[in-house]
Design a protein around this ligand. Structure first.
Ligand code: AMP
Length: 497
């Protein structure tokens, strides 16, 4: 099959393997024909309501086939999917809806408390109530232009709230074209679905699986404690997760020798991958090929890959490898550092058009270079080329961190806190203890920290919550007047240990 358009691939798979399983979520098991019909039905209604080409939001719950059908229906109808993290909170949903200028929201057939709250408060939205059920309505699919928006997903922003990245249909096709030829996935595969549907790694789960006629198996347990027994029971053959999920499995001793014998492919992405986790996974799944993928939302899912299948007793962090397919990379040197070390820039057909709600931030992050010519996305990642020409991830050049796989800008926590501090300052730092990243916030005014925690819970998702909010008479500064984050990190580490 030569097309890499995600919907062309799904429809072709439905023609080739109509009765094969496409999706298993909870007790629901859908064949390709069933999922194709249901999403056709939804797409036909979306087109009838004149929503093609429009952004449509929905609560991206992983507890039923609904959100999965919605992605397909929206893509078939040429709408932009704007999935919202089901955990909210409502304030953040509102800022995303506003940022993406969304006026249409697909109402879940059995809304949860958060959605009911938005329905009651958000009367300005066009609530679309439609079924994605067993009814069928014929749908005449039209080709979708590669530059049409496929989805908007939000990443944490250090100032001014979350940033919406618009990913085009062409960006998605480029990802599939760059990724699929590397592997021999096929219709007998059973692929895991662990990632939250409001984050872009989930798009790999859905559209890589459906591109090859395989079955998408949804693991409702995001924490990972029961993930190994789930994978055995569901006879999963390919596994995709953030390293922190596997770290939890390793700590809870659920990765016993040979305990995942059916796994033939293990993919990691989203965070630095320690070699010790590769070893642990290799022990549990001795037949599996293990790849470390790397990439930001702004360059569509993953851009580079490193084959870590044969752990060699190495320590430290696994390289992020080389660009896949037509992707390109450039290392922007830092002053005073050796050649081959600096900030990683990404180019090629997966690089998106930028942020929908901030032209200025887009211009800063997506830069035009004369040499090498083209548009490049500045990742903010500090990397070095090793002797084998593989890219080694060293760290961030800013304060961004990953908490349980979620990209968090501590500045976003500071902003939320400072709205409550009447002129006081807040600085949030991240410390890693026993492989777990924790956030600690420091403030320089007296405040009711219980009320502050409550305010944060109403403003930001769970992964953004600081473990503690500490009051200080004065926050430390460096010689040039900036917040002394190193001193705060040291303090946080001592107090957390
Ligand atoms: P996101 O947009 O949420 O996918 O986050 C992208 C960021 O996650 C990158 O810029 C890196 O800082 C980090 N990241 C993703 N994959 C890896 C990896 N394999 N190794 C190290 N860091 C990674």
């Amino acid at each position: 099959m030569h097309t890499y358009d995600p919907i062309d691939r799904f429809v072709a798979a439905a023609v080739a393997w109509p009765d094969r399983r496409a999706l298993e979520v909870g007790s629901e098991k859908l064949t390709y024909t069933e999922l194709d019909r249901r999403s056709d039905h939804l797409a036909a209604q979306l087109v009838e309501q004149g929503l093609s080409g429009r952004r449509v939001a929905f609560s991206a719950r992983r507890d039923s086939s609904w959100a999965y059908t919605v992605f397909l229906g929206l893509f078939k109808a040429g709408c932009t999917a704007v999935p919202l993290l089901p955990e909210g909170p409502l304030k953040r949903w509102r800022s995303m809806l506003e940022g993406a200028e969304v006026d249409s929201i697909l109402a879940h057939p059995s809304p949860d408390a958060l959605e009911v709250e938005l329905q009651q408060a958000g009367r300005e939205f066009n609530w679309i109530r439609m079924s994605a059920t067993k009814d069928t309505r014929p749908f005449q699919r039209k080709p979708i232009a590669p530059d049409a928006e496929a989805y908007v997903m939000f990443t944490s922003g250090s100032t001014g709230g979350p940033k919406g990245v618009a990913v085009s249909r062409g960006n998605m096709s480029a990802y599939l074209a760059n990724f699929l030829p590397l592997l021999d996935l096929g219709p007998t595969d059973r692929c895991s679905q662990h990632f939250a549907l409001a984050f872009d790694l989930s798009m790999h789960d859905l559209f890589v699986t459906w591109s090859v006629g395989a079955c998408l198996c949804v693991n409702g347990d995001l924490g990972g404690l029961r993930a190994a027994s789930w994978a055995r029971r569901e006879e999963v053959t390919t596994w995709f997760a953030a390293p922190s999920q596997v770290a939890v499995m390793r700590r809870s001793r659920t990765l016993a020798q040979g305990s995942l014998p059916l796994l033939r492919l293990v993919l990691f992405c989203g965070e630095a991958l320690p070699w010790e986790l590769v070893e642990a996974m290799h022990t549990a799944a001795p037949k599996a090929r293990i790849l470390n993928l790397y990439g930001p939302t702004e360059a569509t899912i993953a851009v580079t890959a490193y084959d870590a299948s044969l752990p060699t007793g190495r320590s430290g962090v696994v390289p992020i490898g080389k660009p896949m397919g037509e992707n390109t990379v450039h290392i922007l040197p830092f002053d005073g550092l050796p050649d081959g070390e600096g900030e990683l820039l990404l180019g090629g057909p997966q690089v998106t058009g930028g942020y929908i709600n901030s032209k200025e931030t887009t211009q800063k992050a997506f830069v035009q270079l004369e040499e090498p010519k083209g548009t490049w996305y500045r990742t903010g990642d500090h990397v070095r080329l090793d002797d084998q020409g593989e890219i080694q991830f060293i760290g961030r050049i800013d304060h961004q961190v990953k908490v349980l796989g979620y990209r968090v800008e501590p500045g976003e926590v500071d902003e939320a806190l400072m709205t409550q501090l009447r002129g006081g300052n807040a600085v949030t730092v991240a410390v890693t203890l026993n492989g777990v990243v924790r956030l600690v916030s420091y403030i320089d005014v007296e405040a009711d920290t219980t009320a502050l925690h409550e305010h944060l819970r109403r403003s930001l998702p769970p992964a953004w919550m600081p473990e503690r909010i500490e009051q200080m008479a004065e926050l430390p500064r460096t010689a040039n007047g900036k917040w002394d984050r190193t001193a705060l990190m040291k303090m946080a580490r001592n107090e957390t240990a």
